[in-house]
Design a protein around this ligand. Structure first.
Ligand code: SF4
Ligand code: SF4
Length: 480
């Protein structure tokens, strides 16, 4: 018998050619996703992160530190208060350090376990989770929501939808209010809201942030992750074959198919997947993890939880869908072997660099001088001859007190023979305040050759420790 003749024929479906002149739309309308809730281990972790991040976000602006708000970014006064720290724009280096730490942490977490940030801590995920919870409470579970959306509008539908949107809006506006509370003292802002006397910027940002939350978490949802977030696009560059990702065990699961609980899958020539599609129904981005890793997957683990529940019900081993690595799946590694490979050189390098930068920032913050000084030569006043045959230059010093107590500072000057300050040398600055002071510096006219000479201002804190040295120039005019 000819084996070729016996082989089943493959039929490749080919779409009919559109008629000449017929318009073919490449646009696919968005299908609304109704994610089913899936209790389980990773769901608990996600909710733990929702609580943790939101207790911090909503609670932090209400915390007091002495007589002020513990965390306040006062852009008007150009001062940032973070618990005991008072930072000035000159402390920008710490913000840079924070950004580098955040970026490196993202690289590290992604190299270890893919989109951990996306699945558990990203504001988009967190607010979508909260908004979905409200939707679930008001409109019912997935099937009830789908049924209601398919029904024509009626009193019950209008009532439930209105209540849902009202709750969403209240939460979104509270989120906007809390956000603005990081930049304006939140208690004063609360009073302004009650008296309806908020400033225009405060109104703008409360509503802008509020509506962004309402739109992104209520309507856009997975669209933000799929089409707007740049991180989804470049994450694959940080993955390798030892990165933990949510994976479907094809070898174990296929061929998939429905069966009764008591049936023996081997006898039916079936794998462990019962093709219940629950992993698709719980997916917030609506993908089927059984088709392999897709860029839409945010690594939330919902499909792992629900599939484990299905496996439990059938009495099969858990882990048909699980966090695993490409290499572990290919080589059939145990969990311990997989984890050993996750701790690879790349991860250790990221960890070392990250720890070093965190340590450097902490040491620098601990050792930083608790005041700042800016020296500007007063260009409005030229070098002039004063009594006693001395040449005088005038400077403007900005003294910034970064402590919570009033401070006195002594200023001295060096760099030329006979150079001295002829104005006040001890200056007081109130707690967390900055002060501009004119400082007159004199030198004998023959202290050096005419021209520009480098000098130094030495500033000592008298009520605390700290010494700063700032350079400037002293001009000696020519005799003629
Ligand atoms: S939840 Fe598990 S058993 Fe059900 S379809 Fe998905 S992979 Fe298969
Ligand atoms: S495939 Fe699984 S892990 Fe990925 S987004 Fe969907 S439910 Fe979450």
């Amino acid at each position: 018998m000819n084996p070729k003749a016996a082989a089943p024929r493959k039929v490749i479906p080919i779409a009919a050619q559109p008629a000449d002149g017929e318009l073919v739309s490449l646009y696919a309308s968005h299908q609304k996703i109704y994610p089913r809730s899936a209790p389980g281990f990773f769901n608990n972790w996600r909710w733990a992160m929702v609580w943790l991040t939101q207790i911090i976000f909503y609670g932090l602006p209400w915390l007091e530190w002495g007589a002020r708000q513990a965390v306040l970014f006062d852009l008007g006064a150009r001062r940032f208060y973070i618990f005991g720290l008072v930072l000035y724009p000159q402390d920008f280096i710490y913000l840079t350090g924070l950004m580098v730490i955040s970026a490196l942490s993202l690289f590290l977490f992604t190299a270890v376990a893919g989109r951990l940030w996306c699945g558990y801590a990203c504001p988009q995920t967190v607010y979508t989770e909260i908004f979905l919870w409200i939707e679930n409470k008001v409109e019912g579970n997935r099937s009830a929501r789908m049924r209601r959306d398919a029904q024509p509008w009626g009193l019950e539908k209008v009532g439930r939808k209105s209540l849902k949107h009202l709750l969403w809006l209240l939460l979104a506006l509270w989120t906007g209010f809390s956000f603005v509370g990081y930049f304006t003292p939140i208690k004063e802002l609360g009073v302004e809201v009650i008296q309806m006397s908020m400033g225009s910027w405060e109104i703008f940002w409360t509503f802008f942030y509020g509506f962004a939350t309402y739109g992104n978490a209520g309507f856009m949802r997975e669209q933000v992750c799929k089409h707007m977030c740049p991180y989804a696009r470049f994450q694959s560059a940080m993955f390798d074959k030892d990165t933990l990702i949510v994976t479907y065990d094809t070898e174990r699961g296929e061929p998939r198919g429905a069966r009764s609980r008591s049936a023996d899958p081997k006898a039916l020539n079936l794998g462990a997947c019962v093709d219940c599609s629950l992993c698709v129904q719980v997916c917030p981005t609506g993908i089927d993890i059984r088709k392999g890793l897709q860029y839409e997957c945010i690594g939330c683990g919902a499909c792992v939880d629900v599939c484990d529940t299905v496996m439990d019900k059938l009495g099969y081993a858990r882990g048909l869908v699980k966090y695993s690595t490409d290499n572990a799946m290919k080589n059939h590694w145990s969990q311990a072997q997989t984890l050993r490979h996750v701790l690879r050189p790349r991860v250790l390098v990221y960890t070392t660099i990250l720890s070093s930068i965190v340590l450097a920032v902490l040491i620098s913050l601990t050792l930083r001088t608790p005041f700042k000084v800016d020296v500007v030569r007063d260009r409005g006043v030229t070098a002039r001859l004063v009594a006693g045959g001395k040449i005088e230059n005038v400077y403007r010093l900005q003294l910034m007190n970064a402590t919570e107590k009033p401070q006195r500072y002594r200023i001295t000057v060096s760099g030329l023979p006979g150079l001295q300050i002829s104005s006040e040398t001890v200056l007081a600055v109130e707690s967390t305040q900055a002060r501009w002071v004119p400082v007159r510096v004199q030198a004998p006219f023959d202290a050096a050759a005419p021209g520009s000479h480098k000098i130094h201002f030495e500033i000592d804190a008298l009520d605390s420790s700290g010494h700063l040295r700032e350079k400037s120039v002293f001009l000696l005019p020519s005799n003629n």
